[in-house]
Design a protein around this ligand. Structure first.
Ligand code: ADP
Ligand code: MG
Length: 723
């Protein structure tokens, strides 16, 4: 596979043609029906009602909905929209939309454009083909989508087709959540209620609402489409199931934060332009550790919006890539032996006055509040490390977690030296022994804002405190960040309530002392989850096992955490997911694991039978011919040891590849007879997956021996270094 001219002429002209120099501030959010658009299009009175519905959870009356829908339609048509769509996030992990034209026949063969309040507020897509994990039998396939007013409607352009997209929740007719948005919204409410109660208890009465904030750092690979389309494994499964590591990988560390190549910069520019129009505050961009790997990170936003925006980021990365003859790979591990891609999800809580609750404060009182929220978060992580692990479990993410790569499958929390010392002091009682029961003289009277440079030195921790937020690093690059955020919100809500109960019980005259007494006990209890060292070492694995921290390396094992009584009770208690809903999610994820693995098995079979074995056989034939012809020409005494040795090795490898592939297919066949999905997933994971890894080694060895002109698949060095 040879290719030398990466940029095509049409692509170049595409890049050069786009010479618009409009400041971003002038067009930021222009494709969203945001506050500015609302103020332009709606009367003051309607705007007020709409804002109240959005911010105070009030219902919108149908007359107002009609007025809003009409204005939205006029706005969208002016931007070229012909259709509207309820945009939702089914359990597939990607987004879905069903388009309806605005046109409405009015007789005499004429039409007008119409969009009613009812159509805005509720839609009825046929839900039968979306995964529901058994919640809904296909004969009662109806589900409905409900307008989520907290995320602005937006315009989506695809070629010349333009659609008004309305973010919605997706629910079954019996009220169960069928999507990723609904539980997130519920968890936001849960954590808000618990946090407001806690703040009141601590004497902070001015807060009405608390919300979680998310800042996802999205990693991805870019390769030339010419290579992409020659790899069925990449096209169908997102990952190379075979392929030898290149002579040069990432060991020189010359890619990370390196200067960005022209072709990639142009691509990033276009991605950002699209995102800016959609109101996504894309902030940083840089080369990542691996060759051809990059990152884009928007400024953090309220969780629900950040989740929607991350979906748009992923979509945009993919769609813009095509215009540049590139393929954006969002898979967690497209190339074995090369760093995989994750999505660090930064999480914090903010109150409605804009205060970050994980920001160490400037007064003793603020600091106590900070410590309570900090410890509540860590306690949640400790108690439910298994659920947090399950929230990021997928077939693809198993290649990162549990493999020798960032971060491990063991969930632990990193605090850094400064905070660790403070917690140690509290635990030792240094703090509560203070004169007057105050903490003013004890060094934490005014915690300096723990600077990022101070804390964020540990890149191996799955859950690291980075100055004023936690960074959950185990999320996979292709995953929706919704469920991980839902889990964090819920476990923190529970711990806030738990601490509040205890504080109330101790009571007493001095609240600070009561709080410190509780924190002292809690710090002792949660200690096992705290780890500041290198998370990649064998020693940590042993130590974590002594501390009884879960280490679920594979998805089938990790997912079981979703159906323990502990998990079922927790999510039900906080109204985030009913038991039926959570069980269905467990099943959906398990089935997805099985399907992903089976697709890869088929890809591998295809690659072995249609590409690798024919190429190996062709070269085998060449070598055999060469040996015979050389003897014919130079007599039987001639030494053809090189050709013979290679020939023998190739024959042996081809046999191993052929039988290995057959065994994998037989394992999958055998697994299909099992009716227990858990057992099936475990069998595939333990048997088929291990054999696939073994088979890959044979294929990669063969790749290293076969003539370059014969090898049919693009090689790693081509894909990763030519752009
Ligand atoms: P690093 O790579 O060192 O983690 P980045 O600047 O790339 O740093 O990413 C930090 C991310 O954390 C950004 O997306 C940023 O918006 C986000 N972030 C900052 N403050 C908060 C917060 N309070 N809540 C959630 N995310 C936050
Ligand atoms: Mg980060």
């Amino acid at each position: 596979m040879k290719k030398t001219a990466p940029i095509t002429a049409s692509e170049r002209s595409y890049i050069v043609e786009k010479e618009k120099f409009v400041p971003v501030s002038e067009y930021f959010g222009e494709d969203t029906f945001n506050n500015k658009a609302m103020k332009d299009k709606l009367s003051k009175d309607v705007c007020k009602k709409l804002m109240a519905a959005m911010n105070e959870d009030k219902k919108l009356d149908i007359e107002t909905a009609n007025i809003v829908a009409h204005a939205m339609k006029e706005w969208a048509i002016a931007k070229g929209a012909t259709h509207f769509a309820h945009w939702f996030q089914p359990m597939t992990g990607i987004t879905a939309e069903k388009h309806d034209a605005f046109v409405d026949p009015v007789g005499n063969g004429e039409v007008i454009e119409r969009f009613s309040g009812k159509q805005l507020v509720q839609g009825e897509p046929d839900a039968s083909s979306f995964p529901s994990g058994g919640i809904r039998a296909t004969f009662e396939a109806r589900g409905y989508t409900a307008w989520d007013m907290s995320s602005p409607a937006f315009i989506r352009r695809n070629g010349i087709s333009t659609t008004l997209c309305i973010p919605t929740a997706f629910i079954s007719y019996t009220g169960e959540a069928l999507d990723k948005k609904t539980p997130l919204l519920r968890s936001n409410k849960a954590v808000s209620d618990s946090a407001v109660k806690m703040l009141k208890l601590l004497g902070n009465t001015g807060v009405k609402r608390v919300f979680s904030t998310l800042g996802p750092e999205q990693e991805y690979f870019l390769i030339d489409t010419d290579y992409f389309y020659k790899r069925p494994d990449l096209v169908l499964g997102g990952r190379t199931v075979a392929g030898a590591a290149p002579a040069k990988g990432q060991e020189l560390e010359d890619q990370y934060f390196g200067s960005i190549k022209e072709r990639i910069s142009s691509y990033m520019h276009d991605v950002e332009e699209e995102l800016f129009k959609l109101g996504v505050p894309a902030k940083t961009r840089h080369n990542e550790v691996a060759p051809s790997q990059f990152e884009i990170a928007p400024v953090f936003e309220e969780a629900n919006l950040a989740v929607d925006h991350n979906q748009l980021v992923m979509d945009t990365l993919r769609s813009v890539a095509k215009k540049h003859n590139l393929a954006a790979l969002l898979h967690e591990k497209p190339f074995a032996g090369i760093n995989g891609s994750g999505k660090h999800v930064n999480w914090s809580l903010s109150d409605n006055n804009g205060n970050n609750l994980l920001n160490p404060g400037s007064t003793p009182h603020d600091n106590i509040q900070f410590l309570v929220f900090l410890i509540a978060t860590i306690r949640g992580v400790y108690r439910h490390a298994d659920i947090l692990r399950a929230s990021v479990a997928s077939y693809a993410n198993d290649h990162r977690l549990g493999a020798n790569e960032a971060p491990p499958a063991i969930i632990s929390a990193f605090l850094g030296d400064q905070l660790t010392k403070i917690l140690d002091d509290i635990e030792k009682g240094t703090v509560t022994k203070a004169t007057n029961g105050e903490i003013i003289d004890l060094g934490i009277s005014s915690l300096p804002i723990v600077s990022k440079d101070n804390t964020d030195r540990n890149r191996t921790s799955p859950f690291a405190f980075t100055g004023n937020k936690f960074e959950f690093r185990a999320v996979g690059s292709s995953q929706s960040i919704s469920f991980p955020a839902t889990v964090i919100n819920t476990i923190v809500a529970e711990s806030l309530d738990y601490l509040a109960e205890k504080i109330k019980k101790v009571g007493g005259k001095n609240l600070n002392q009561a709080v410190f007494a509780i924190l002292k006990d809690e710090i002792k209890a949660i200690k096992p989850i705290l780890f500041n060292g290198d998370n990649y070492t064998k020693e940590w694995e042993e130590e974590a096992s002594k501390r009884k921290l879960p280490n679920d390396k594979t998805t089938p094992v990790a997912l079981k955490a979703l159906i323990t009584n502990k998990a079922l009770d927790l999510f039900e208690k906080y109204g985030v997911l009913s038991k039926v809903e959570l069980k269905s999610r467990y099943l959906i994820h398990l089935e997805k694991y099985i399907k992903d693995l089976e697709i890869e098995v088929k890809c591998l079979n295809n690659i072995c039978m249609n590409h690798v074995i024919p190429a190996g056989t062709a070269y085998q034939k060449e070598l055999a011919k060469a040996v015979a012809l050389t003897k014919e020409a130079l007599g039987t005494g001639v030494d053809t040891v090189a050709q013979k040795e290679i020939l023998k090795k190739i024959v042996a490898l081809l046999n191993k590849i052929y039988t290995g592939n057959k065994e994998i297919l037989a394992t999958v066949e055998g697994a299909s007879a099992l009716h227990d999905e858990q057992k099936k997933a475990e069998l595939l994971c333990n048997k088929a997956k291990t054999k696939m890894d073994e088979l890959r080694e044979y294929v990669d060895e063969l790749e290293g021996m076969v003539d370059d002109d014969i090898w049919p698949l693009p090689r790693f060095w081509e894909m990763l270094f030519i752009s």
